[in-house]
Design a binder for this molecule. Structure first.
Ligand SMILES: [Zn+2]
Length: 131
């Protein structure tokens, strides 16, 4: 498994379960990013390591379709993390080298801005329906 190989559901689930079990306090505060959030300026980038990606084919534009069967929306803390849907399908998976927590990250590009976003990898929310 390298950072360029698309992670499969079971690999990601394993990481998410390990991440959710971490209880130590850490400067990364990954556990506090329940919903998609802007990466704060104070975020300890030097502690983070990219360990995988959810991007499938680097030459194909991933779908912008989101997955919200229970009426959640993009900003919901309980929105599913659907691997083949937006925005998980353009995320990398990072791990904090200090505490071991994992998060998803991507760069949201709007018309006039780009914004780095982060969300904790919560095993209760991960699903993998077809896109
Ligand atoms: Zn940490």
């Amino acid at each position: 498994m390298g950072p360029d190989t698309r992670m499969q559901l079971d690999e990601l689930m394993e990481l998410a379960l390990a991440s959710a079990a971490v209880t130590q306090e850490c400067a990364c505060a990954i556990g506090s990013y329940l919903e998609w959030s802007r990466v704060p300026v104070s975020f300890p980038e030097q502690q983070m390591k990219v360990i995988g990606t959810l991007m499938d084919d680097p030459y194909a534009e991933p779908t912008f379709a989101e997955f919200h069967p229970a009426g959640t929306h993009y900003w919901s803390a309980d929105a599913p993390i659907a691997l083949r849907h937006y925005p998980a399908n353009r995320c990398t998976v990072s791990q904090c080298t200090v505490c071991g927590r994992c998060c998803l990250r991507y760069v949201e590009a709007g018309g006039y801005y780009v914004e780095a976003r982060i969300r904790a990898l919560d095993p209760r929310l991960i699903v993998d329906p077809p896109a």
